[in-house]
Design a protein around this ligand. Structure first.
Ligand SMILES: Nc1ncnc2c1ncn2[C@@H]1O[C@H](COP(=O)(O)OP(=O)(O)OP(=O)(O)O)[C@@H](O)[C@H]1O
Ligand SMILES: [Mg+2]
Length: 258
């Protein structure tokens, strides 16, 4: 089943008075419980695609179908309901959350806003979510700025799964973490995907990470797709100049584990 189908997505900005396309005629699909990675050099349009898919930005052209519905045509209550199924995790959870908010508060918001659990049920749901992402329930009363970066990213994942999404957009979600923490977060993401059947749009500049988690990869350059296919096959034998350059810049790829 296709969860997300993007076709001919285009977003233009102006630079020095002239229009330029940050994203140009980009098309891809993601199936249930599948991970599609977006790779490409800095400025190639990865985050712009993420923001378009999340409807944080409106495209100049193109179509976004989410769970079979025309996502760009939704508004009001229908959009809010569908949005619960489309969550995000960004690189820096300190910027995404109020750093003084408690962990409990951050997890309570989606449960309350989307009417997922009653007031009395919510503390139990929060404890269960924390446990699900490998955190102690006692962390609930700590403030976001009082926990480690790895713990914060687990809270961000717990928040994202609170609404039982079918797709999570992860934009450089593990890039700021040190290698051992990153490995454990990637394992958590893989585990959640197999248990909950969640699809991921996984943005990373790190092909080693992409090879470890993605089924397919799309390589972008200057807003356009230059290459796409099975992640391991593309990384093992890239055909595009940009793909070759990205592989060459990732020496860890020569080892078996990322
Ligand atoms: N609001 C904006 N106004 C004008 N130009 C923008 C805006 N947002 C992004 N751009 C430009 O669009 C292009 C794509 O940016 P984007 O952030 O999508 O790249 P990226 O692939 O995510 O890069 P990185 O790997 O550095 O995160 C860049 O040239 C960027 O400067
Ligand atoms: Mg980016």
């Amino acid at each position: 089943m296709t969860v997300l189908a993007v076709s001919d997505l285009t977003k233009r900005y102006r630079r020095g008075g002239k229009p330029f396309a940050a994203v140009e005629a980009v098309s891809f699909e993601i199936g249930q419980a599948q991970t599609l990675a977006l790779a490409g050099p800095s400025g190639s349009g990865k985050s712009t695609i993420a923001r378009l898919v999340l409807r944080l930005l409106e495209p100049d052209a193109g179509r976004i179908e989410f769970e079979g519905a025309d996502f760009l045509a939704l508004s009001g209550a229908a959009l809010r309901a569908r949005r619960a199924k489309l969550q995000m995790v960004f690189q820096d959870p300190l910027a995404a959350f109020n750093p003084r908010a408690t962990v409990a508060r951050v997890l309570d918001d989606p449960l309350r806003i989307h009417g997922i659990a009653s007031h009395t049920e919510r503390p139990h749901r929060i404890a269960a979510l924390l446990e699900r992402v490998g955190l102690d329930a006692g962390l609930a009363q700590r403030a976001i700025h009082e926990i480690s970066g790895g713990q914060r990213q687990r809270v961000a994942i717990a928040r994202a799964i609170a609404t039982r999404p079918s797709l999570i957009v992860l934009d450089e979600a593990v890039s700021a973490l040190d290698v051992s923490v990153r490995g454990r977060i990637l394992e958590l993401l893989l585990d959640l995907q197999s248990q909950e059947r969640i699809a991921y749009l996984f943005i990373s500049h790190d092909l080693g990470v992409i090879r470890a988690v993605a089924h397919r990869v799309v390589i972008l350059d200057a807003g356009r797709i230059v290459e796409s296919g099975d992640a391991r096959a593309v990384i093992a034998d890239p055909q595009s100049a940009i793909g070759k350059a990205l592989v060459a810049a990732t020496p860890r790829l020569n080892r078996n584990r990322p």
